[in-house]
Design a protein around this ligand. Sequence first.
Ligand SMILES: Cc1cc2nc3c(=O)[nH]c(=O)nc-3n(C[C@H](O)[C@H](O)[C@H](O)COP(=O)(O)OP(=O)(O)OC[C@H]3O[C@@H](n4cnc5c(N)ncnc54)[C@H](O)[C@@H]3O)c2cc1C
Length: 592
Amino acid sequence: MYKAPVEEIAFTLKHVAGMAEAIDDGLLGDLGEDLVDAILAEAGRFATEEIAPLADIGDRQGTRLADGEVKTPDGWRDLYRNWAAGGWNGLTAPEDFGGQALPHMLNVAALEMWNSGSMAFALCPTLTMGAAEALNVHGSAALKEKYLARMVSGEWTGTMNLTEPHAGSDLGVLKARAERREDGSYRIFGQKIFITWGEHDAADNIIHLVLARLPDAPAGTRGISLFLVPKFLVNDDGSLGARNDLHCHSLEHKLGIHGSPTCTMIYGDGRFGEEKGAIGWLIGEENKGLACMFTMMNNARLAVGMQGVAICEAATQKAIAYAKERTQGRAPGWSGSGMSPIIDHPDVARMLLTMKALTQGSRAIAYACAHAIDMAHRANERRQHWQERAALLTPIAKSFATDAGVDVASLGIQVHGGMGFIEETGAARYLRDARIAPIYEGTNGIQAIDLVTRKLPLSDGRQVRGFIAELKAIAEAVRSSNLDDFGATADRVDSALADLEEATSWFLSRLAEGKSAEALSGATPYQRLFGLALTGCYLAKGGLARTSDGAGEGRIALCRFAAENLLSETAALKDRVVNGADSLAAARTILA
Ligand SMILES: Cc1cc2nc3c(=O)[nH]c(=O)nc-3n(C[C@H](O)[C@H](O)[C@H](O)COP(=O)(O)OP(=O)(O)OC[C@H]3O[C@@H](n4cnc5c(N)ncnc54)[C@H](O)[C@@H]3O)c2cc1C
């Protein structure tokens, strides 16, 4: 059973991602390290003792649709209400609306733990937090007054309605319609698919954020508006009124996250109300909806990255526990009687250490991204720099961590042998759940395009070059530490960074020359190269930040393992980036 790694999380936040420095610099308000530890401990307890025990039943039962109502798995309604009563939904939300205005770093750490407990469960608050943030940033005072506090408290949940059958990655072609009404409201019509937690029985109201197009809107992404469309209309005194004209038509049957209802939503077919059309209110300006939604999506992209980290952690814990108990064969050097535990076989240890390194690497990248977001809001200077750093790190945090989630969960099954393929052990659920994360919130392929075409050119390439220079200083610090335990870490990290630098220059020059097809061929390998190089650097940073309790020793050993076993992949990735485009273009004809 999953146990939240509270100390490891606290260490990574403070000593790798930059939280301790931010506290020392007075940038996190009253927050001190003791309070951080206390919040993490309580979140860890809730994830371990309350969420994780209900994950399996959620997976087996799934959700059920009857008479338009979706029933969540046994125990989940109370679980959600207890979770919300703990105030967890409002950690980063504004104090004016009942939130605690704490740093994003704390929230992503908590999100990691909720998701390790159950990714299907944690999706509900993830969407609510994103919807509340979009409403807070772009909504009118009146809309915020009516809805925000109850979304911040978690009393009402939120959703994000973008996708339609023909409009997935390309939202410019979406067809949902909005019509103006004289009282300033709008009527919404259309179908949305794959809407996470679009209908359920855990909360009293569901606040849908829906992208739709006005009759006179320009074509494409410039003609999309964002609307707040509640399941139940809300009276002026805050009480719930009539049912709005929207409903869940069907639930998807899917590979994983069975406890999370994935809904087809119908807006405005006349099922409820006297006049056809779901009543909605504009968020932000007409035709600027996609920009508003991006507030939510950036938040959600990092949150999906946390799902990857969370699966890595939970799958690794399970695999290590199994490998200590399962005995098979006699490992080299085994002197005990009978068979040795499989953890003593070098190949099994290799798998487990790979899992641990990818877990800690993706955790550090995601927390560093959250740190950059916090600094962009709170730093006394260089806010644009931090905004750019957050923008650069977001696609890497999303994609590297979610790919790692799939790889680590798959390795977890391998460690379990045949028992991993059998549902009983729970190792398979991690892989089934993990598989969606590289797909939604912008596929990892779309993240790679974003990284290469929009993020590398930030400040004419100075942001990414400055970042690489900072990372080189970590390798240098390892070298000058003269610690033998680091082995070849400094050299391997240097090489990885040289690969990253060469690939980055290649992209910047191709983009400057307008050779986008060439550049896009190598975007995904580049994204992984960046993530691996960061993994090496952040593991080294953790190793350098030796703690007084000796926990640094294990970190250095893991860092050396990663440097000498995983980082060699960066050379191959760089080669794919700079030399792969021609053959890819030539071979495409065979797909015709
Ligand atoms: C379980 C689940 C939950 C979801 N929850 C929500 C939700 O709550 N709200 C919501 O609105 N949506 C949700 N989605 C939808 C999800 O965000 C989309 O599935 C995702 O954005 C991909 O869109 P698509 O499925 O249409 O794939 P497509 O866009 O058809 O993509 C298919 C493939 O083509 C690639 N591709 C597409 N366009 C390009 C391009 N321009 N360049 C390069 N490659 C490209 C993609 O990377 C991918 O590999 C959910 C989906 C699932 C399965």
